[in-house]
Design a protein around this ligand. Structure first.
Ligand code: IMP
Ligand code: MG
Length: 179
């Protein structure tokens, strides 16, 4: 039996639905940044890698990538309030138009901390794009400019999202049955 069978899950968002959501997100972003020459996508590792690569391929103009790792997790399904920057960006964002790309916003703690840090570096603009949002779980308020899909308070895996580092490679979003 493969490891993937250890966790019981149902498909919540199919590959086709993911593709539609990304196309809509990209249309909004392309419209809003039509006059911006050099948009910098900042992905939070590791979860956002998958959505960022698919989103970027739908964006127009000159797009740059950078990544950082913020850790607030300790292996389980609950985030802690203690957010650490484990790996910082490779380049300065001063004067740059920055779009932070996240896989999912849960309590908002991670993104709020990262956003505050990036704002101190004086980007020309800073917006946030998340593929999934669990608004009912929010503890820290954080302004989100682009949301792919709002979902209820469920633990989800796949499409970059992990459970103890597994399942990130699944091409769909699965809802974990925690019973
Ligand atoms: P927050 O700081 O509570 O908003 O947590 C955000 C981070 O927690 C995301 O970037 C994910 O890495 C992780 N996370 C939150 N909810 C889920 C989930 O349902 N499945 C997998 N990871 C999650
Ligand atoms: Mg994670």
């Amino acid at each position: 039996m493969s490891k993937l069978n250890e966790l019981n899950y149902d498909v919540m968002i199919s590959e086709a639905q993911i593709s539609e959501i990304l196309t809509q997100l990209a249309a909004q972003i392309n419209r809003d940044y039509a006059d911006v020459d050099n948009l910098l996508l900042v992905g939070l590792l590791k979860g956002s890698v998958v959505v960022m690569s698919d989103l970027a391929r739908r964006l127009e103009g000159n797009i740059h990538f950078d990544f950082m790792t913020a850790s607030s997790y300790h292996g389980g399904t609950e985030s802690s309030g203690d957010v650490k920057i484990v790996m910082d960006l490779a380049n300065s964002i001063r004067g740059r138009h920055v779009l932070l790309v996240e896989d999912i916003i849960d309590t908002g703690r991670t993104l709020s901390k990262v956003r505050e840090l990036l704002l101190t570096r004086e980007p020309a603009s800073l917006k946030i794009c998340t593929f999934l949002d669990k608004p009912s779980r929010r503890i820290v308020d954080v302004p989100v400019d682009y949301v792919g899909l709002e979902i209820p308070d469920e633990f989800v895996i796949g499409y970059g999202l992990d459970y103890a580092e597994n399942y990130r490679h699944l091409p769909f979003i699965g809802k974990v049955n925690l019973s």
